[in-house]
Write a protein that binds this ligand. Structure first.
Ligand code: TEU
Ligand code: CA
Length: 559
């Protein structure tokens, strides 16, 4: 397995709208990010993944792009962005940009042209079809509720939108469209960026003929998913993208890929195939969803999480590469979702961090995770902003009369705004995010949970992350070591070894508020050096039997 800078890196995701507002308009911006680069440098991260900052009417907060080469006015100017890149590179930080090319905004010049007439030169940049039997061309559903098709009167045809009606899907079958995308990628690569995070990139190739989807029981995805996820030409497109845009630049790529399994992930990430360096897979963030999809809540057992991670760790052991995440701008806050955000919030946040940073793969930190930020509960649907949440609420409560309390509860557990409340910088009004009115309310717990407080407290989640990140730099075993599960049947302890060049590391994680006992297999010596842990531990502890405290995590390098 080759050594690469992007395997050794720790990546920090910024959702710019919610990170730091510099001019009091309530919206985070590029100058705000620049003002916090020293904070990120202190945390020790290497790379920033910046969610979209391009021109956008913000139907989906920047994931609907109207100009791929322009910066959103609310976020600043191209000069601001260039200064951001320069300030980052000056500090040794790399920048990866979001690439959103499954769809554009309906306000993009291509779509404005495309919808004008059937013979417009841009018509085939998008996916237009005649209706069928007086209705939509097929039964596919949008990931944001309702049909995936929208009728356009001027030409009496429908266009496909897998996301919102303002996010028409681009037609990758059209070589002209593909060339436009590659040119646009080179525009940013030539400015000196260090890579791309590719939005739903495994959706770009749709099955020929766009047939009606069968609706099997047990489905997790919107009907149609099997007809566009990992579609027939996806590998050709990614290889072409490498040949025509990425090759010749020392950059990293991560493909966001809902519905990808281990076997497909190997194809996407095998080094000799030149597609992407790593993928974001979704298996572990679907474990608490029922057949009805993400809003159909299910409890998640630690053993299911462990089975899933173990499958991916082993599956990509020799081929490909994992990315490691427990939350991002689309997912609930990890401490709330995966463990205890109440009396053991700090212990839980550190334990989960220990988990992610001691697995094989590249860890991603989502803004605020390093503070142990939590989910939020707003009383009124009026306080929510996310289009996925609002569309679902409208469909279920307003159109279908479903129980409002149940729907609100599913929003509290799964809604994307949980992750999008503004970053909590200090205990001043609005958590120091803005001097104006924030576009989305700040989580009221900002007086307790904020960066200023965390930086002053040597035992904070923030300083724990700092130590974890620096350990990863010191011990290549944390990056490259092989993974082996210990105590595979225990229902509270998740433990594993990592092995590399004659060294062994043992990771013990207690996923419960009880005091279970870790037992070391007899082939190991009973002594090791504690590299990190979230409780005080006496030196020289005998490791044959270790009683773990609530949500305790320990990492030992064995003698
Ligand atoms: O997300 C893709 C995706 O799969 C999401 O729709 C996900 O299933 C959902 O958010 C879970 O709640 C990407 C972006 O990360 C997301 O922010 C965008 O809204 C979406 O693509 C469309 O660009
Ligand atoms: Ca602003």
């Amino acid at each position: 397995m080759s050594k690469q800078w992007w395997k050794e890196a720790v990546i920090y995701q910024i959702y710019p709208r919610s990170f730091k507002d510099s001019n009091g308009d309530g919206v985070g911006d590029i100058n705000g990010i620049i003002s916090k680069l020293d904070y990120l440098k202190e945390l020790g991260i290497d790379v920033i993944w910046l969610s979209p900052v391009y021109q956008s009417p913000n139907d989906d907060n920047g994931y609907d792009i109207s100009d791929y080469r322009g910066i959103m006015d609310e976020f600043g100017t191209m000069a601001d962005w260039e200064r951001l890149l320069a300030e980052m590179h000056k500090r040794g930080l790399k920048l990866i940009m979001d690439l959103v090319v499954n769809h554009s905004s309906d306000e993009h010049a291509w779509f404005v042209e495309s919808r004008k007439s059937k013979d417009n030169p841009y018509r085939d940049y998008y996916i237009w079809r005649d209706g069928k039997e007086g209705g939509e061309p097929n039964n596919w559903e949008s990931c944001f509720s309702g049909s995936a098709w929208k009728y356009d009167e001027s030409t009496d045809q429908y266009f496909l939108h897998l996301f919102s009606q303002k996010q028409p899907d681009l037609n990758w079958e059209n070589p002209k469209l593909r060339e436009e995308v590659y040119d646009m990628m080179k525009f940013w690569l030539d400015k000196g960026i260090d890579g791309f995070r590719m939005d739903v990139i495994n959706f770009i190739s749709k099955v020929d003929g766009l047939p009606d989807a069968e609706l099997p029981d047990g489905r997790k995805f919107a009907p149609g998913g099997d007809y566009y996820m990992n579609g027939p030409k996806i590998h050709d497109y990614l290889q072409e993208m490498n040949e025509k845009a990425l090759s010749g630049y020392d950059v990293m790529t991560v493909g966001e890929m809902p519905g990808v399994n281990v076997e497909e992930a190997k194809l996407y990430t095998a080094e000799d195939r030149s597609e992407v360096n790593m993928v974001f897979q979704f298996e572990h963030v679907d474990l608490d969803s029922g057949p009805g999809g993400k809003w159909d809540l299910r409890p998640m057992k630690m053993s299911a999480l462990r089975d899933s991670f173990t499958k991916w760790q082993k599956g990509l052991e020799h081929e490909g590469w994992n990315s490691l995440y427990l939350n991002n701008h689309d997912q609930p806050r990890m401490v709330s979702r995966f463990r205890n955000d109440k009396e053991y919030r700090v212990e839980s946040a550190k334990m989960l961090a220990t988990f992610l940073h001691t697995l094989k793969g590249t860890p991603y930190i989502y803004q605020g995770e390093e503070l142990g930020m939590t989910n939020v509960r707003f009383d009124s649907i009026e306080d929510y902003q996310d289009i996925e949440t609002l569309n679902m609420y409208r469909e279920k409560v307003i159109e279908n009369g479903e129980d409002q309390d149940l729907v609100m509860n599913s929003i509290y557990v799964k809604g994307r705004d949980n992750a999008r409340t503004p970053m909590q910088w200090d205990d001043s009004e609005h958590g120091g995010f803005t001097t104006g009115d924030p576009w989305l309310k700040v989580n009221p717990n900002y007086t307790e949970i904020n960066a200023e407080k965390a930086m002053e407290d040597p035992d904070s989640v923030f300083h724990y992350y700092r130590r974890l990140i620096s350990l990863r730099k010191e011990y290549p075993i944390m990056v490259y070591g092989s993974y082996e599960l210990l105590m595979p049947d225990h229902d509270r302890i998740y433990a594993y070894t990592r092995k590399y060049e004659g060294q062994t590391m043992i990771v013990m994680l207690n996923f419960s508020s009880e005091n279970p006992v870790f037992k070391l297999p007899s082939e190991y010596e009973s002594a090791g050096d504690l590299l990190i842990g979230n409780y005080g531990v006496e030196a020289g502890t005998d490791l044959r039997e270790v009683e773990l405290r609530p949500y305790e995590a320990r990492v030992y390098l064995m003698k």
